[in-house]
Design a protein around this ligand. Sequence first.
Ligand code: SAM
Ligand code: SF4
Length: 328
Amino acid sequence: MLIDNHGRQINYLRLAVTDRCNLRCNYCMPSEGIDFAQNDRLLTIDELKTVSGILVSQGIDKIRITGGEPFVRKDLMVLLRHLASLEKLKDISVTTNATLIGPHIDELKELGITDINVSLDSINRETFERITRRKQFDVVHENLIRLITEGFNVRINFIVLDGQNEQDIIPLLEVMKHHKVSVRFLEEMPFNGGSKKFNAIKWNYKAILDHIAETYPNYTKLESPKTSTSINYKIEGHVGTFGIIPSFSRTFCGSCNRLRINATGDVITCLYGKPKANLRDLVRNAPNREGVEEVILNAIGNRAKTGFDAQKEHVGTVFDNSMTSIGG
Ligand code: SAM
Ligand code: SF4
């Protein structure tokens, strides 16, 4: 079991398998993209297998695959098949923009990988294309409907972006009224590859909830797992639920159970802090299992208590990075 220096059990790994993406969401990176890592700096699928295997033996029982866009990696399913075979791994999930998942839906189901988070920041074609800077609305729509109708446990991540998509909050809840989907509204964070700087947001947790309450005053708060980053609600008469993730306000740090490994092997113990070590050399060529275990124990033994403390590890701004290289 992995326990950090503040007594928090760490059992959840967010594993970024690439920093590349086929979209250019304007809250995530600039239109020209970021300085993507060179190919040989990315962990190979075998190296990702090694890292996850070691972490599972150390006590990780939940892995979320993220990126970049995980499905731009042609060999992603090789990794997912391997993860599905790990007995001690109870929960495998994927966060995706749903553009490339279509051909893999059947196999995901066969592997029992049914928890899929889809990032969808608009249900209007024009707004979607303006935010993502790509024309992929139809395929995302089609794949989302397929995932829902085929019984996947779908959660929609919707970042509320001032002046861009707030008009879609209520219509999205209305569309999802009859579907067993959880729509989660996220506060925007300035992790956008340096294209935009801000110290405050209009659409914070409270503003989002107040806005929803104007149309749906009959909502109730749901019990959520202690480690949940979203505060969850149910609207009377709706099959699905909604949640709000205070990613900018960071009210969830006290129960954080997460560890992140990014696509180049950086060990990140807090989204807002600096990477604590890198695993690539330890797993490349002749994997050094004890070395990896020691690095992980060390990193987890030196975690910042909160995202605000972690942020002090940076001399300048913490927000010059992009989510695509951290993994979200
Ligand atoms: N490409 C996949 C996707 O978009 O779902 C996975 C990677 S993406 C970096 C992971 C998550 O980070 C997505 O849900 C995305 O919405 C979120 N994200 C990216 N930039 C963000 C920002 N500036 N503020 C808040 N969330 C952000
Ligand atoms: Fe790509 Fe996801 Fe970033 Fe959008 S949020 S640019 S889909 S990595």
